[in-house]
Design a protein around this ligand. Structure first.
Ligand SMILES: Nc1ncnc2c1ncn2[C@@H]1O[C@H](COP(=O)(O)OP(=O)(O)OP(=O)(O)O)[C@@H](O)[C@H]1O
Ligand SMILES: [Mg+2]
Length: 290
């Protein structure tokens, strides 16, 4: 279901969700999805991400070395790792915000700067809202520029409804809580209906309860929209709660992978999730001792 166009009170958008069986590369993407073992999500309209042999240096420091990462359409991949191991750099490279030194990044078969990143969006740890603009205008900034102003406004209102902020478009960012501001940032990313969403510690600054609510929201939105998600987080429990697959990074490489086949929605503290979380933490802490 297209949750944005179906949001209560929203004008119907003139952009129907792309039907997978109507897309020319549908078969290839479905095959890729099966190869990667991902379960079909309800939306199933995510992009395929393929990162192969990617390396990156800053001056004389090698930050990423020979990274291979494939995310199937609609898959939710989380990346954890110690501070400075290269997680944010990997996300920026994946979306073409930074260039690779070697290797390739392909989003649905195209390099990010050759159109691959057109359907990709980024959510940062801090909401990065324009304080002088109202919430609706902040969200509308993420809408496609070729749409009429009224359409963009309707899209913004629908995206706000999707993140639980219906009717709050007239507020200024300053009067919102931290969690609400991050919802606005999420709405700004969702308003263009991305097929790939990269999130760099998006909940890192929130209190524990707000954080759990936001995790649930993120999962609902991902299930409704079907985008491919790439989440960097320091919170291993969050990664296990949300992801189909958790990748553990160690100084510039992916050192370990856990597939999470638990049913959704997952509850914090469930025994199976806790066991996986323990394994990942052991891996992270073992590295620290060595
Ligand atoms: N533009 C840059 N110029 C020089 N060095 C950089 C640049 N961006 C990142 N680095 C370095 O690359 C390494 C990896 O940084 P990155 O931000 O990707 O780590 P991270 O895993 O996201 O860390 P954190 O968990 O603290 O956010 C760090 O040593 C960092 O100082
Ligand atoms: Mg980072």
């Amino acid at each position: 279901m297209n949750a944005i166009s179906a949001a209560p009170g929203a004008l119907r958008l003139d952009r129907a969700p792309p039907r997978l069986d109507a897309e020319p590369d549908a078969e290839r993407r479905t095959a890729a999805r099966q190869r990667a073992g991902a379960r079909a999500g309800p939306g199933d309209r995510g992009a395929e991400l393929r990162i192969s042999g990617v390396g990156k240096r800053f001056d004389d420091k090698e930050v990423l070395s020979a990274i291979d990462l494939a995310a199937a359409p609609g898959e939710f991949v989380a990346i954890v790792g110690r501070s400075g191991c290269g997680k944010s750099t990997l996300l920026r490279l994946a979306l073409g915000l930074e260039s690779v030194d070697r290797g390739t990044v392909l989003i649905d078969g195209r390099a990010p700067d050759a159109g691959g990143a057109a359907s990709a969006r980024f959510v940062f740890q801090e909401p990065r809202l324009l304080p002088w603009e109202r919430v609706a205008a902040n969200v509308a900034l993420g809408a496609p520029r070729d749409r009429a102003a009224a359409t963009r406004a309707a899209m913004a209102e629908a995206a706000l409804a999707e993140v639980g902020l219906a009717g709050q478009g007239g507020e200024r960012p300053a009067v919102l809580s931290g969690g609400q501001r991050q919802r606005v940032a999420l709405a700004r990313a969702l308003v263009s209906r991305p097929r790939l969403l990269a999130l760099d510690e998006p909940l890192g600054a929130l209190d524990a309860l707000t954080r759990i609510e936001m995790q649930e929201l993120l999962e609902r939105v991902w299930q409704a929209e079907g985008f491919t998600a790439l989440l960097v987080t320091h919170d291993v429990a969050e990664a296990v709660a949300l992801a189909d697959r958790v990748l553990v990074m160690e100084t510039g490489r992916i050192a370990h992978e856990e597939r999470i086949d638990l049913p959704r929605p997952r509850r914090h503290g469930d025994a199976e999730g806790a066991a996986i979380e323990r394994r990942i933490l052991d891996r992270l802490l073992a590295r620290r001792k060595s």
